[in-house]
Design a protein around this ligand. Structure first.
Ligand SMILES: Nc1nc2c(ncn2[C@@H]2O[C@H](COP(=O)(O)OP(=O)(O)OP(=O)(O)O)[C@@H](O)[C@H]2O)c(=O)[nH]1
Length: 254
């Protein structure tokens, strides 16, 4: 993805035409829009390893969507995870939807995450709704320096329940945790809301890298275990895994 959104205003995702598995990797076009990608190809579970667009083999693939208000840091979180970099500088809103792939090794299994970066702006909501249906996991972000983005989480969860699959994995992320001076939402408030809705929670920072790898790894583990669970294997507990990893790493894992 270029400084995403570089083509602000060009095209739209309203008429997706081809499947994401058709070879295009989001962002490589630099267009920041998914005009050529379909919202409806869902989970891929090949019987033998497949080759991703970047030339990496993978065993299973899942769709993960980043959602939340405009400006909470969805694109920056994705860029940090994919490229290990932070997009500082002026903020340009995402237009429509875009995706990038990353292959991770989870317990010897190659898991490809196809990560969809959605536009937080209200005017793109109808575009992104179409993509919820096939998402295997949703990372729902708010900005710890923006109380309104936190207050809107309930509305986002309502939307998720309306448009996403019933068994979609949801994780709540309080991003920009590095901004200690501007903080408007306490960590405990995030924890309380997540508990109320029964979803795992962590604070992240696309700027420092705090918990970014952990958020995606946790989701990949949960999805991999759901798909490939051996009969006598104990059920993977996502929340317990996240809590344990956070405890092990203290507050500041990157
Ligand atoms: N301090 C700090 N700033 C961040 C962080 N993540 C993102 N930002 C800044 O917040 C602004 C918005 O980030 P984006 O990633 O573009 O936000 P978005 O959620 O993708 O916004 P939309 O595309 O409009 O939905 C940018 O100026 C980023 O540099 C973070 O972890 N810490």
């Amino acid at each position: 993805m270029s400084r995403k959104k570089a083509v602000k205003g060009k095209g739209s995702s309203k008429s997706p035409k081809a499947s994401p598995s058709s070879g295009r990797e989001g962002g490589r076009t630099g267009k920041g829009l998914a005009a050529a990608a379909s919202p409806s190809s869902g989970l891929v579970y090949p019987s033998r390893p497949s080759l991703s667009n970047s030339g990496e083999f993978y065993d299973i693939a899942f769709k993960v969507m980043l959602v939340g208000d405009s400006g909470v840091g969805k694109t920056c979180l994705l860029v940090r995870f994919k490229d290990g970099a932070f997009l500082a500088g002026s903020f340009i809103s995402t237009v429509g939807i875009d995706f990038r792939n990353k292959v991770m090794s989870i317990d010897t299994v190659k898991v490809k995450l196809q990560i969809w970066d959605t536009a937080g702006q209200e005017r793109f909501r109808s575009v992104t709704h179409a993509y919820y249906r096939d998402a295997n996991a949703l990372l729902l972000l708010y900005d710890v320096t923006n109380k309104a983005s936190f207050d809107n989480i309930r509305a986002w969860l309502t939307e998720i329940h309306e448009y996403a699959q019933q068994d979609v994995v949801v994780m709540l992320l309080g991003n920009k945790a590095d901004s200690t001076h501007d903080r408007a939402v306490k960590r405990e408030e995030g924890e309380k809301l997540a508990k109320e809705f029964g979803v795992p929670f962590m604070e992240t920072s696309a700027k420092s890298g705090l918990n970014v790898e952990l958020a995606f790894t946790a989701v990949a583990k949960e999805l991999k275990h759901r798909t490939m669970k051996e009969p006598d294997e104990p059920k993977f507990q996502l929340k317990e895994y996240v809590d344990k990893e956070m405890r092990t790493a203290g507050c500041c894992r990157s």
